[in-house]
Design a protein around this ligand. Sequence first.
Ligand code: NAD
Ligand code: DAU
Length: 353
Amino acid sequence: MTLLVTGGAGFIGSNFVLDWFETRDEPIVNLDALTYAGNLANLAPLQGDARHSFVKGDICDRALVDRLLATHRPRAIVHFAAESHVDRSIHGPGAFVRTNVEGSFTLLEAARAHWAGLQGDEKSNFRFHHVSTDEVYGSLAPDAPAFTETHPYEPNSPYSASKAASDHLVRAWHHTYGLPVVTTNCSNNYGPLHFPEKLIPLMIVNALAGKPLPVYGDGRQIRDWLYVRDHCSGIRAVLSGGRPGETYNIGGWNEKANIDIVRTVCTLLDELKPDPAGPYARLITYVADRPGHDRRYAIDARKIERELGWRPAETFESGIRKTVQWYLANADWVASVQSGAYREWVSKQYAQA
Ligand code: NAD
Ligand code: DAU
């Protein structure tokens, strides 16, 4: 028994792989192209661990994916690999179409060919688990009910449109070819190993460096936050008990306005690493809004709770404290990901800040 994980050197993928081996010995083959967002240092605790095989490669490389499937005969593919940052998708959507749409298509075709050659239990137990996002549903009005699995798809950014396209391909490969797929649509994750281009790690890293904390627009946009290891446990629950062809929303019922998130991070830093120059909130700076910025996301997680008994282990208060503590304890990791390319991105994105 083996899993083929794609994108397992990124934020959620590496947390998934590390978490997996805390309770299981089933091997993982980890296929990741190591883009700017992929980092082998995330997997350092697994160095020399025979259960984990890392393969540097692209999910668009059909010959490579075919070879991995034939060699390792995984019982499931857990597909995380993606371009994941909305702001980058606004600057350069091409990479998002390539990886998120063409890459998912390549994996589906390889999985279909592989699955067609399986027999008996190996065939009926095979799963293609597609990891997706709540952003495919678009933006919610302030008083609208949270997204259920039947909410219409209304993606608004190049990123969410590319993820929506991949979700549709996955659905069609089940409906037309019978490929046993499951899709999970999760809300905003946070936690250790989160690349500091996203809101929470960017605020922690900038605050510690005494830099402005850039809040887009009025800061009242709402996201629904889930601690990354809770997303991982949700994926495990769906992988083992989810019904083929079904989609499951994953979320922690934690809607927060961006400005409140930033203030919480500042308050925790004031407690854990006080700055002699004054409270970190002095660094909050309102900047131009993201084009097409979705106002509100919220996940209705009742299906996964009801069918699979899944519940998050962390509250927002416990998870955000652990997260800030992790960044304070891992200054070397933070320094190592702030390469020249990272600095170029920050100066391009926040030129007006
Ligand atoms: P990430 O950007 O941190 O990591 C993506 C990983 O994919 C990186 O390791 C990168 O090297 C790899 N990758 C990119 N292109 C590749 C390619 N062509 N071939 C092979 N590997 C490639 O992303 P993340 O935040 O960990 O998100 C993982 C998945 O979860 C994505 O599919 C994303 O859409 C989804 N998701 C993310 C969130 C969130 O809050 N971060 C929430 C819901 C769903
Ligand atoms: O909802 C799930 C999605 O969450 C995932 O599918 C994406 O991969 C992930 O990146 C995330 O998308 P968001 O756009 O919601 O995350 P981000 O951290 O970029 O931004 C969170 C909110 O904070 C959003 O409303 C924009 C705002 N923001 C972000 C940055 C980087 C700011 O105000 N300032 C910033 O500098």
